[in-house]
Design a protein around this ligand. Structure first.
Ligand code: OGA
Ligand code: NI
Length: 341
């Protein structure tokens, strides 16, 4: 097993992690003057009327322009978030032997640990370890989560419930913003929650490596905790990239492929990537709201008009997941399977 986190530190970048020049972060334009919109959720009580219309307006504006925004004052206690970040860091710090039992790339497992990417291991490797967790419904999965480190299960349960709540609230606001039934995204479209917890150790030369290559998320919506590292996540903006600057206790929200398809392209699933840094280990937690495997996905009828004819065919979510892997997560490659024109 080859986990980056098993080694205390690296003095040089091993050959198999060095990307060819065109894929390195430095050879892509990064626009430093643009920041993502930051939306104040006013304590997360967005069922009440206080500022609701304004929040909806801000989400739709950010969603259309960036496909990405940050949320603050979201109602999740700092302790819940920090406990989760801490327990995840503790997980990666455990001795190799303790982690080994979880090592797998079997997507059907409720919990697994891996390194780099599930894709072709002969290609250049990403500078990251990750765990992939099926989180919700909790009772269905909790017994398959690791028992170590201490409190892992309890902390993960609490975090899952809280972040899922925010994701569902955001989906209601988005449905309203699109003038769909406010429960449009409830049910099969948002039945589950999965997490990807990424661990990027300090890298001796960040200019040669990538934590994650550009990709869009597979599912409906992602709520990401960036942790405390000074940089890492970048989002595509126009022809270049922008830094998603970490804000303490904020979450980054972005739309997955399914939200783009259901909204017939009104909201975009935007490519993003992770760069590495040389000073601190970075832990990020991406919480995805996911459709059931049998869920029928199609552009919402109300959003399809003469001026905006359907861009995608109907399909079953399971088929999308297969295509995503065939296309190795490449945005245009995967959409090619489902595009109508
Ligand atoms: C992901 C992801 C970004 C990050 O896990 O899908 O995009 O900042 N993570 O780690
Ligand atoms: Ni992602």
């Amino acid at each position: 097993m080859e986990l980056l986190s098993n080694q205390p530190r690296y003095d040089t970048v091993p050959e198999k992690y060095i990307f060819p020049p065109e894929k390195r972060p430095v050879n892509n334009v990064v626009n430093r003057s643009i920041n993502l919109p930051v939306i104040d959720l006013r304590g997360g009580c967005i069922d009440s009327d206080i500022g609701r219309d304004e929040i909806i307006r801000d989400i739709m504006k950010a969603g259309k322009e960036f496909g990405f925004f940050q949320v603050i004052n979201h109602g999740i206690p700092a302790k819940t978030l920090n406990d989760m970040l801490q327990v995840c860091e503790n997980f990666f710090k455990m001795p190799a032997g303790e982690k080994e039992r979880h090592y797998s790339d079997d997507m059907s497992k409720a919990f697994f640990l891996n390194s780099s990417t599930q894709y072709d291991q002969s290609e250049t490797r990403y500078w990251r370890d990750y765990m992939r967790i099926s989180c919700y419904p909790i009772e269905e999965f909790i017994n398959q989560w690791p028992e170590k480190p201490e409190n892992f299960r309890a902390v993960l349960s609490e975090y899952t419930v809280r972040v899922r709540e925010i994701a569902l609230k955001l989906l209601k606001l988005i449905a309203e913003g699109l003038e769909l039934d406010k429960d449009y995204f409830c049910g099969d479209l948002s039945n589950g929650t999965k997490m990807e917890v990424n661990y990027y150790p300090p890298c001796p030369d960040p200019s040669l490596t990538m934590g994650l290559l550009p990709h869009c998320d597979r599912q409906l919506i992602t709520v990401l905790a960036q942790g405390t590292a000074p940089c890492g996540l970048q989002a595509k903006y126009k022809e270049g990239w922008i830094d998603v600057k970490p804000i303490p206790n904020a979450f980054v929200v972005n739309f997955g492929h399914q939200l783009e398809i259901v909204t017939n392209g009104i909201l975009k699933s935007v490519e993003h990537r992770a760069i590495t840094n040389s000073t601190v280990a970075r832990t990020s937690i991406a919480t995805m709201t996911v459709p059931t495997m049998d869920c029928l996905i199609a552009p919402a009828k109300k959003l399809v008009t003469e001026n905006n004819p359907p861009k995608y065919k109907e399909f079953i979510f399971r088929d999308f997941i297969e295509a995503y892997d065939v296309a190795l997560a490449n945005r245009e490659g995967v959409l090619e399977f489902f595009k109508l024109y």
